[in-house]
Ligand binder design. Structure first.
Ligand SMILES: C[S@@+](CC[C@H](N)C(=O)[O-])C[C@H]1O[C@@H](n2cnc3c(N)ncnc32)[C@H](O)[C@@H]1O
Length: 254
């Protein structure tokens, strides 16, 4: 059964409203480019040339800013997102590809709470069948990515357990989000967007403990990059630029 909280509803309303214009915000694009660089740097398979065989799951894919950059480097990518508006925008981009029926990526609207989720399994099966493979349910993934989404997810232990279940043995998580570096981290979101925010960034120690506690090996949580963002004054006044550290959270399922 899906856990829909008040913040999930607020989130979906916000992201449905922002979806059509999401990609025209250069800050969104730039931040995803930095996340991609960090994933490519930290996941060993990209340097070792094995990533082309990777099936990737992305949690909180949004309109696909990261997905469409990552998908040419891997075998397949399934994105999940809770906002239908974001999935619709993702699908418009699929439709605009030269050969949409041959795309190696797809996205579904779901709050992922079970690796065997029928929508995720259906999307993975459709991509496998496009590659000429017979159905092989349950599908599991070589890599799970998620950018700028963990701070919206109600339970980190629960989503990490679902990620663990969704991975093949040897599979990796590589998750990026802004760090809760102290009281000023709250400024990442203007007051008007704070309703659906579960936490003002992720905490280094908490992430490390939770990933370890889920059963992952080779756990590493470190600064991935620093992102400069224009933030509103707390009184809604003049914007000024502020630097936000982003963490990358790594772990491998043995
Ligand atoms: C800040 S946006 C980031 C989107 C995309 N990763 C990007 O960087 O462009 C956060 C996304 O997470 C989605 N989201 C929020 N809670 C979620 C959940 N529990 N599961 C999956 N997606 C979620 C939102 O709908 C939204 O698309």
């Amino acid at each position: 059964m899906s856990t829909t909280t008040a913040s999930t509803i607020a989130n979906n309303e916000r992201f449905n409203a922002e979806a059509a214009k999401w990609d025209s915000n250069i800050a969104h694009v730039r931040c995803c480019e930095m996340a991609l660089e960090s994933v490519l740097h930290h996941v060993p398979a990209f340097a070792h040339g094995q990533a082309k065989n990777f099936d990737v799951l992305e949690i909180g894919c949004g309109t696909g800013l990261l997905s469409f950059d990552l998908s040419p480097r891997v075998r397949s990518l399934v994105g999940v997102d809770t906002a239908q508006g974001m999935i619709d925008a993702f699908n418009v981009k699929i439709g605009a590809l030269l050969q949409p029926e041959e795309a190696n990526l797809a996205a579904v609207c779901v709050m992922l709470e079970d690796a065997d989720d029928v929508k995720v399994q259906g999307a993975a099966a459709a991509l496998a069948s496009r590659r000429g493979e017979p159905e092989n349910i349950p599908y599991r993934f070589d890599l799970i990515v998620s950018h700028l989404t963990l701070h919206h997810i109600p339970s980190l232990p629960a989503i990490l357990a679902t990620m663990f279940q969704s991975l093949k043995h040897g599979g990796w998580i590589a998750l990026t989000d802004f760090e809760d570096f102290g009281p000023d981290a709250v400024k990442f979101h203007p007051k008007s967007k704070r309703e659906g925010v579960e936490r003002h960034g992720i905490k280094r120690n908490e992430m490390e403990m939770t990933i370890n506690g889920t059963g992952f090996d080779r756990v590493k949580v470190e600064t991935a990059f620093t992102f400069t963002k224009a933030v509103e004054g707390e009184d809604g006044g003049l914007k000024k630029e502020m630097e936000f550290p982003f963490l990358i959270c790594m772990g491998q399922k043995a």
